[in-house]
Ligand binder design. Sequence first.
Ligand SMILES: *Cc1c(COP(=O)(O)O)cnc(C)c1O
Length: 494
Amino acid sequence: MVKVKYISTRDGSVEVSSSYGIIKGISEEGGLFVPKALPNNIEVESFIGKTYKEIATQVLSEFLHDFSKEDLEECVDKAYDNKFHVDDLVNLKKANNSFFLELFHGPTIAFKDMALCMLPQLMNVARKNIGFNKDVVILTATSGDTGKAALEGFANVDNTKIIVFYPKNGVSKIQESQMITQEGHNTYVVGIEGNFDDAQSNVKEMFTSKEMKDHLNNFGYEFSSANSINIGRLIPQVVYYVYSYVKLLEKKEIKTGEKINVVVPTGNFGNILAAYYAKNMGVKIDKLICASNENNVLSDFFKEGIYDKRREFKQTISPSMDILISSNLERLLYEIVGRDSNKVREYMNDLKERGVYKLSENEKNKLKDFYGAWVSEEETLDTVKTVYEKFNYVIDTHTAVAYRAYEKYLKDTCDDKKTIIASTASPFKFTKSVMEGLGELIEGKDDFQLLKELSEKYHMDIPKAVKELDKREILHDRVCHKDYMKDMVKEILA
Ligand SMILES: *Cc1c(COP(=O)(O)O)cnc(C)c1O
């Protein structure tokens, strides 16, 4: 029994089950899978009093029609166990009219854990659902956080290999150490000479390359993806927006039916798209505020309706958002153009061939749910400091980008609805920039020394994920040029 529920953004005739979509990761012709109809009728109030896990099971079942309730419950139990270090997986920290939604209490201290602990469980059930018995090679491009979270999720999982490509000089020292010390007989980590966009486009190309497909087939493998192009990665992220709205209701911070805004520090557009899906489900979200760093393609897009990647790629202190081609925007675009896959294909071709596409006036008007703002490096550092001074609370650089974008939005619109700020990483993951922002002396100190100082001076425990990281054995030292990623994959699988 295959329930047909997912379609491709680039080919209207492709229809697959959610299980198939999760195993494949991306559609053959390069499109992304989207629900044939977006779930749109949950009763948010009915979740009051429920735990994160209970809400997760319910929300997942709205999207994954061919998963049984028992299987989903088991997935949720296995994914969200004591790997998470706070009572109900995430925390909400009040700061005047806004709430930092701390999503970084999982095993790798970035929000990616919320989905990447779940994805291997979902794949396991998906295999069973469609009787898939080949081995899977998870091919992943990372701007720093996905890599470690995916490695952690898939290490030593049966019938699976995971290969992670990261920009050799484009991640924080701590991020790199986390990845290259990863254990697990099935894990492979490769630094590339190139940036995240290079890693991501080459990975996407491998997914759709006939040559690679045949090559893998010969070895009895099939590719899948742990990036947010995979619906199995995206859907678990919808849960925490539903959950946090429910918690605000429970705490009487908002009244039934009251609208809130959400701010998301954005790179590949996965996290904010999950908030958009939550809004569609019936969570009373008004504006979705898309925060960018100096790689400000998206804030221009929301202002002008023009997506133009023809600009300098900048390495910033919020490296997980250093992206010029935001893959998941394609899923929003699909809604904006009235679910017309020909139109999406046209725009994606323009982007590939000319580096730019332009929405029609009518399409542009449909972007009203979103507001884009970008934040400079200097503003990011300054925000780490001002948030600390105001709330006695240390945030990481990505969260600082989000908070500053929120302040810009407030100034611009005077819309002071209660607002959730997605807090995507622990400050311990970007210690050097955080300490610099706090005004501490960082010159001549390495990241590991700064970890200790951050902990001692600001009275926070060093999370287990980065404790003694500098003493762990380095297990991966592969490096390759961005144009040789295919060869590297072949070498690894040989
Ligand atoms: C991945 C990441 C982001 C960007 O999220 P997207 O879903 O790619 O938009 C923001 N902050 C941190 C810390 C991240 O790891």
